[in-house]
Design a protein around this ligand. Sequence first.
Ligand SMILES: [Zn+2]
Length: 264
Amino acid sequence: MNNTLAFFLVIIGTIVLVFWRRKKISQTKTIELPFSDDDRKILEHQVAFYQTLSQEDKTSFENRIQGFLSRIKITGVGTSVEPLDRMLIGASAIIPIFHFPQWKYSDLHEVLLYPTTFNQKFSQQGENRDVLGMVGDGAMNDIMILSKIALRNGFANSMDRNNTGIHEFVHLIDKTDGITDGVPEVLLTHQYVLPWIQAMHQNIAEIAKQHSDINPYAATNQAEFFAVVSEYFFERPDLLKERHPDLYSLLEKAYAEPKEPERK
Ligand SMILES: [Zn+2]
C-alpha cells in the first residue's frame, strides 16, 4: 500500500468514526419537552416550597426537576405512575439540594413506586408492612423505593413536618460521603461537624425523655434523626427556628450555604 492510499484510508476511517459517534450520541440524548402547564399547576397546588420561590427560582426549580426526571427512571410496581407522582418525586429530590445547582444524584438509577407500605424485604404482603420509603443497599444500591400513598400524603399536608419523599432523598444525600450516619460531610463545613453531632445527641436524649416535639422516630439513630429533622426544616422552617434555633442554624448552614473550601 502506498502512502497516499494509506493516508486516504485513515481520513475516511476518521470521518466514518466521527459520524458514527455523533449518531450514537444523538440517539442516547434524552429529548426534553417544555415544562407543561399541567405540571406547573401540580407544583403550584401541591408543593409549598415552590410557592415560596421567586419567579426566577420557580423556573430554575422546574428545570432542575426536568433534568432529574430525564436521568432517573420511575417505575410503578403494582401501581401506575401518574404525572402527580413524577412531579412529587422530582420535587422531593430537588428541594434539599436546591442551593447546589451542580448536584446530581449520581448514586441513583431508579425510583420504584409501590402502592402502599411495604416491609424490610420489599414485600407488600404479610407482617410488618410499616416502611414508607427506603434507599436500597447491596444489589439494590442505586434504587429508591417510595410508597405512593406516603409520597402524596407528605405533600398534601405541608404543616405536619412529615414528608417521606424528602426524607428518603436526605438519606441519599447523607450516603454520598460513603456512610449514612446523619453527618452529611458533602454539605457541612468541617467546623460545623462537631456542633452538629453534639446537637444530634442532645436532641435524641430530649426525645427519649419525651421532652421534644420532634417525631420520636428521629431517636432511632443519627441517620434517621438527620432525615426527620430535615423534613421539619423544609416543611416548617419558621417553627423549627422558633423551637430549635440551634438545629435550624446548623441545617441552614448545611442546606443553604455553599460549603467553604477545607483548609489542609
Ligand atoms: Zn429513614
